[in-house]
Design a binder for this molecule. Structure first.
Ligand code: HEC
Length: 140
């Protein structure tokens, strides 16, 4: 009888525990927030672009992981501070790095960016999209 009793209790505990785990697993699904856009267009006057345009431009930066290290305040994008804010890059990359922005994004002359681009090259379209976005960010 003693053994049966223990088996009964064990069975109960296992069934109850499993049920709890499964319930938890199911319960967690609706909590996911993956679809929430990371960046909202900047409030107020920083941008005169319609919100949809701003978001499309932001996409490349988000997809390529640029915002991990860079903000682009000219487009209302917050980001990491490892690299400089890219808002003026369209204008100043040639001065700072000795090559035009297009060249810089193909074959960066900076060590950190060489690593970034070398490990995850940009397609021509992505580069064009980034340059267009950075042009807008600079106010041109
Ligand atoms: C791992 C962090 C990191 C990531 C990710 C990163 N960058 Fe950079 N980036 C830097 C750093 C640091 C510099 C400054 C390098 C220097 O001055 O030598 C820089 C410089 C630049 C510059 C020159 C700007 C200036 O004022 O010097 C541009 C343009 C640029 N990055 C674009 C991008 C783009 C576009 C992406 C996404 C495809 C990207 N970066 C992703 C770290 C990063």
């Amino acid at each position: 009888m003693g053994k049966k009793g223990i088996q009964f209790i064990l069975g109960f505990v296992i069934a109850f525990g499993l049920g709890y785990l499964i319930y938890q697993g199911v319960g967690q699904k609706p909590v996911e927030v993956a679809d929430t856009p990371i960046t909202e267009p900047a409030p107020a006057s920083t941008s005169t672009q319609p919100a949809s345009t701003t978001t499309a431009e932001a996409d490349v930066f988000v997809q390529k992981g640029c915002l991990a290290c860079h903000a682009v305040s000219g487009l209302g994008l917050d980001g990491g501070v490892t690299g400089p804010d890219l808002s003026q890059s369209f204008l100043n990359v040639e001065d700072k790095h000795g090559v035009p922005l297009d060249e810089f994004l193909k074959k960066p002359t900076s060590a950190v960016m060489s690593g970034v681009i070398g490990g995850n090259p940009l397609t021509d379209e992505e580069r064009q999209a980034l340059i267009e976005a950075l042009k807008k960010a600079s106010g041109h």
